[in-house]
Design a protein around this ligand. Structure first.
Ligand code: G3H
Ligand code: 13P
Ligand code: ZN
Length: 309
């Protein structure tokens, strides 16, 4: 099975009201844990690489590891650039064999975002690669309490429709109150589902993307803290909210923080319980298993993408 684009995956996900998990990858164990989970659950998969991951692992290593995962698993896998900040990195990834790229010009003025996204779409489409863009800024809901503040940061539905029409982009990341990292909400978690419904209404059948969608599972935060970690005030998006989003046009759910926490918790536990060990396989192995189990849980109980091959 070669690398695929997300077009067909999103069509099916939209119709079936489920979402494809898009997991950030940085090394071999992370890739293996995710892919083993998807294989067991018979789930299509998006593996995404950030600029930071490319810098850390060296782009060619990640690409070859993903190729190995495809050969080994025979799964439909999309290789996606996460948060490409300019045309050049998107072009580089298209030329390197990625099947999907994100151009994230969401911090720029609307017209500039349109222009740069259009340029990436033109190039990527000429090579058979699909493009995700972002409109609105991902900020914690506590950063946008009033309606006018929300409108300044969250995605404006009418603008989303105009943006998609003018750019020809294949999917759109929307800002409805999620944020990156482990500290998403100060008080009660809440997302702007009314806004999401409006966006879906103006963009029927169009695949939306939710970034910052980790749940920050308390079991992993607690394990980290139990074994020497110091993570306080962490809070993610409740699983029920992710499920709800998948019913409203969200076809791609981005998860990185939950992978980091699962792996770190398992490694911390191993280190604390085996202070005499210095064989990396003995702690990276449990890290990989923790990732696998967490991803299986997501596919099965949150995303609904299992048994969809
Ligand atoms: O959206 C951000 C992802 O979690 C990737 O993070 O840039 O540290 O690799 P990173
Ligand atoms: P989390 O930090 O919630 O895992 O979000 C990851 C993400 O959006 C990657 O693009
Ligand atoms: Zn993101």
């Amino acid at each position: 099975m070669p690398l695929i684009t997300s077009t067909e995956l999103f069509e099916k996900a939209y119709e079936g009201k489920y979402a494809i998990g898009a997991f950030n990858v940085n090394n071999m164990e992370i890739i293996q844990g995710i892919v083993e989970a998807a294989k067991e659950e018979k789930a299509p998969l998006i593996l995404q690489v950030s600029a930071g991951a490319r810098k850390y692992a060296n782009p060619i290593y990640l690409r070859k590891l993903v190729e190995a995962a495809i050969e080994d698993s025979d799964l439909p896998i999309v290789l996606h650039l996460d948060h490409g900040e300019d045309f050049d990195i998107c072009k580089q990834c298209v030329d390197d064999g990625f099947t999907s790229v994100m151009i994230d010009a969401s911090h720029r003025p609307f017209e500039e975002n349109v222009e740069i996204t259009k340029r990436v779409v033109e190039y990527a489409h000429s090579k058979g690669v699909v493009v995700e863009a972002e409109l609105g800024r991902l900020a914690g809901i506590e950063d946008a309490v009033s309606v006018s503040e929300r409108d300044a940061t969250f995605t404006v539905p009418e603008q989303a429709a105009e943006f998609v029409e003018r750019t020809g982009v294949d999917s759109l990341a929307v800002a409805i109150g999620t944020s990156h990292g482990a500290f998403k909400f100060k008080g009660e978690p809440s997302l702007d589902f009314e806004r999401l419904k409006q966006i879906q209404k103006l963009l029927p059948k169009f695949p939306l993307v939710l970034h910052g969608a980790s749940t920050v599972l308390p079991e992993f935060v607690d394990l980290c803290n139990q074994y020497g970690g110091k993570i306080s005030g962490a809070q993610g998006v409740p699983e029920e909210m992710i499920r709800q989003a998948t019913k409203l046009g969200v076809c791609k759910v981005n998860i990185d923080t939950d992978l980091r926490l699962a792996m770190t918790a398992a490694i911390r536990k191993h280190m604390a319980e085996n202070p005499d060990n210095f064989d990396p396989r003995k702690y990276l192995g449990p890290g990989r298993t923790a990732i696998k189990e967490m991803v299986q849980h997501k596919i099965r109980n949150v995303l609904g993408s299992g048994n969809r091959l």
